[in-house]
Design a protein around this ligand. Structure first.
Ligand SMILES: Cc1cc2nc3c(=O)[nH]c(=O)nc-3n(C[C@H](O)[C@H](O)[C@H](O)COP(=O)(O)O)c2cc1C
Length: 271
């Protein structure tokens, strides 16, 4: 049965998203595109409408220089090449101080309703006291999940705008100090943004575990059915395809991009 997509373009965007590790450092990312990407993060789903995610745009050379020193070693070339990095942090104050405003708002605008047992009385006297008494580690866990959702939306928007992106790690405490985080803010992950210095075709479809080994039905570990016809349709739309491999062409692309950036090249198939 055809899947009847509302938006074939979106399926293509899903298929073209890659973690891109080479960027054109000479080609700036338009501020409008950065804004669109951040709007995608802001409008992603948020638990209790808490909006506990913050994004700090690293754009100026001074901030970038300081920031690049405190990212993980293997991420330094990417942080230097990418004209912009977005720093995603969770803010616990949005939970403890913000939920009492944002959750009732969801009721007031008709997002949650009496149909499902919601009322202002139960939000104020039951749900809010329970949620805002969660200890910090639980709130960190919840907001980190929310931040991941925002990052996923941001990456897809970047892809739709013809940009490359890659999530990357760093020294969270140092990053917080450098960017002036408040006490309630905590670094989650950074994201490089820029015009790609490697193509989607060259990067290929990165290997994933077999469907049934991670997608289960009814019981954990029980492989869900996988219809080859659905996969064929997804492949035809560009969402999936043959897994990437270190072919001579890919090796040549990696080395051309590395040489252009003055980075070490790869000399054999095993690196
Ligand atoms: C939360 C998260 C953190 C990541 N951290 C890094 C990182 O620090 N450095 C890096 O090069 N790639 C990082 N990646 C990218 C993954 O390694 C990448 O997803 C993987 O190589 C699969 O490739 P794909 O995203 O192109 O499908 C991260 C991805 C995610 C989702």
């Amino acid at each position: 049965m055809p899947l009847n997509y509302q938006s074939v373009d979106f399926v293509k965007v899903l298929g073209e998203r890659r973690s891109c590790r080479f960027y054109d450092p000479e080609r700036p990312v338009e501020v409008e595109k950065v804004q669109a990407i951040c709007q995608a993060a802001r409008t992603a789903s948020h638990m209790g409408n808490a909006n506990g995610v913050t994004v700090t745009q690293v754009t100026s050379q001074d901030t970038k220089d300081a920031f690049t020193k405190i990212v993980s070693a293997f991420n330094i070339p990417m942080a230097k090449m990418a004209p912009v990095s977005l720093v995603f942090a969770l803010d616990r104050s949005a939970w403890y101080d913000g939920l009492p405003e944002m959750l009732p708002m969801l009721f007031k605008v008709g997002g949650v309703n009496p149909s499902h047992g919601w009322s202002l009385d139960n939000i104020e006297n039951s749900t809010l006291p329970r949620l805002t008494s969660f200890p910090e580690p639980i709130v960190n866990y919840l907001l980190a999940c929310e931040t991941g959702m925002a990052m996923a939306s941001a990456q897809l928007m970047a892809t739709a705008l013809g940009l490359g992106s890659c999530c990357y790690a760093g020294n969270g405490v140092a990053i917080g100090e450098t960017l002036g985080f408040t006490d309630s803010a905590q670094f989650v992950w950074a994201m490089a943004l820029g015009y790609p210095g490697e193509t989607v075709e060259s990067m290929g479809y990165r290997p994933r575990k077999p469907y049934g080994s991670i997608i289960y039905k009814d019981k954990f570990g029980n492989p869900a059915d996988e219809d080859p016809a659905v996969n064929a349709e997804l492949e035809a739309l560009g969402m999936m395809g043959k897994e990437s491999a270190l072919t001579p062409e890919r090796l040549a692309d990696i080395n051309a991009a590395s040489e252009q950036m003055g980075l070490p090249t790869r000399t054999d198939e095993n690196g």
